[in-house]
Ligand binder design. Structure first.
Ligand code: HAM
Length: 451
């Protein structure tokens, strides 16, 4: 058991320098940092985080995907069976632990397996097909942290389950593409390939293994070639890349059905005006993929260039004990999409915290300003005010820092006249406005673009 999981000890008394959990006051004063490889998103960047996440969720809702909220941890076996024991994700990167009931649980490293578990458990696949679901949240992989590679990563995902139709592949890919464009990215590319199906994969696997076993590979790489030869094509070491440059390619081994499917998907993407490049060496890090697989890649990010990826997983549901239904999905990496926006120097959102800022001059005005600010909020206007009795100069600085467009200034003379001084902070223009007209006037002015 973790050494911090202690029951409070009633013998320990306040004032002894030791608290109920046996932690000394000195220890309590230690400052903490976030765990290694785990980013915080705080203002002023956090609104952009929400913008990326919510833009994709919104696009998914527009395409008929419904939200699903899933557990952060699941039975370890779900990922071992669903994602694949030969993957780095399962064999090296999972946060797995025994809970107090001695069950092995794992912090979810990805979302697709959990969605399938829930669909099977709750019979969501017994109604109208496809089942279209979207989710977002944190995922956990014990990777070596570096720029764009985190141990807690954030994704927004979609899954369309139950219909093997290339139209769905194209829809999911076009949805992802539209989302990247909607947040303002332009310098990314979509790479696409096919990983074949259960009829052609075994033959390709044999051909690839025969090729790899003839190479002077180190023992660890040979072992990988035995378990999952495709992984070797994903090896980033230059010497391995060079040796495998002429390796057989899956695209040359596709069955008629898998080839038809792939050609239909690329044809549909052409019709939808989605640009792509075919990358016959595309390898995904999870084992469940069949047929279509794809990745969105951004060159401004260095080694961790994948800003999102997905594909079809036709055997996954049966493998997890459900019906033999197909599926296709995509996961957008929110962290890397934010880094890509930074690399392209685009900030697609208004970073102001509020639009209106209340400034009370003197004690008598404070409750009047508070009521005005409350009224603004009730009418959907983002508003805040100066607290703690700051002077006019300090309060105006606060308005500026909040990115407000208007300050509402109330002093003694305004109180007497039943007015509010509405100051446009961009132009400096001030208009004494009857108190009851303030909200309507702000609504009108805020509906016009800022100058
Ligand atoms: P994935 O390619 O493993 O796919 O992850 C999707 C995206 O999450 C990546 O393209 C990347 O942007 C981001 N990501 C992954 N690992 C990290 C990390 N350590 N740090 C920062 N970002 C990371 C999946 O997870 C599949 N479940 C996607 C899917 C849904 N396939 C079908 N349906």
């Amino acid at each position: 058991m973790c050494k911090y999981h202690r029951e409070p000890d009633p013998q320990l008394k306040l004032g002894t320098g030791i608290n109920w959990f046996g932690v000394s006051e000195k220890q309590q004063l230690t400052k903490f940092s976030a765990p290694k490889g785990v980013p915080d998103y705080y203002p002023p960047q956090s609104p952009l985080f929400l913008h990326v996440r919510d833009t994709f969720s919104h696009q998914a809702h527009l395409a008929g995907y419904e939200h699903i909220e899933l557990p952060i941890f699941e039975d370890t076996g779900l990922f071992a069976r669903g994602v694949g024991e030969s993957t780095d994700v399962v064999s090296k990167e999972m946060y797995t632990f025994a809970d107090r009931g001695d069950r092995s649980v794992t912090l979810r490293p990805e979302g697709t397996a959990g969605v399938m578990r829930s669909v099977i458990e709750h019979n969501l696949d017994r109604g109208q097909l496809p089942v279209k679901l979207t989710y977002h949240g944190p995922f956990f992989r014990y990777e070596r942290p570096q720029a764009g590679r985190y141990r807690q990563l954030q994704q927004v995902g979609v899954e369309a389950i139950g219909v093997d139709d290339p139209l769905l592949d194209a829809e999911v890919i076009a949805l992802a593409d539209r989302c990247y464009r909607a947040v303002g990215l332009t310098q990314y590319r979509l790479e696409i390939s096919s990983l074949g199906d259960h009829t052609c994969r075994p033959e390709y696997r044999q051909a690839l293994q025969a090729f790899l076993f003839a190479l002077p590979l180190d023992d660890e790489t040979k072992r990988r070639a035995e378990v999952n030869p495709l992984r070797v094509l994903d090896d980033k070491r230059p010497e391995v890349k060079e040796m495998t440059a002429d390796a057989p390619l899956m695209l040359d081994y596709l069955s008629h059905e898998a080839r038809d499917h792939f050609e239909t998907v690329t044809g549909l993407l052409d019709d939808l005006g989605v640009n792509y490049v075919i990358n016959p060496r595309l390898v995904r890090g999870l084992d469940y993929y069949t047929k279509t697989c794809f990745e969105f890649v951004h060159d401004g990010l260095g080694a961790q260039s994948g800003i999102g990826g997905g594909g079809r997983y036709d055997g996954l549901m049966a493998q997890l004990g459900g019906q033999a239904l197909s599926g296709i999905g995509f996961g957008l990496g929110v962290d890397r999409t934010l880094l890509a926006l930074e690399a392209e120097q685009v900030n697609p959102i208004d970073t102001s915290r509020v639009h209106v800022y209340g400034v009370a001059m003197g004690d008598a005005a404070r409750s009047h300003v508070a009521a005005l600010i409350d009224q603004c909020r009730a009418h959907g206007i983002a508003a805040d005010m100066s607290y703690g009795g700051r002077g006019l100069k300090g309060a105006m600085k606060g308005a500026d820092r909040a990115g407000a467009r208007f300050a509402l200034v109330v002093g003694e003379s305004e109180l007497e006249a039943g007015q509010v001084m509405v100051k446009n902070l961009a132009t400096g223009e001030q208009v004494a406005t009857p108190r009851n007209d303030v909200v309507a006037s702000l609504q009108q002015q805020l509906s016009r673009p800022s100058q």
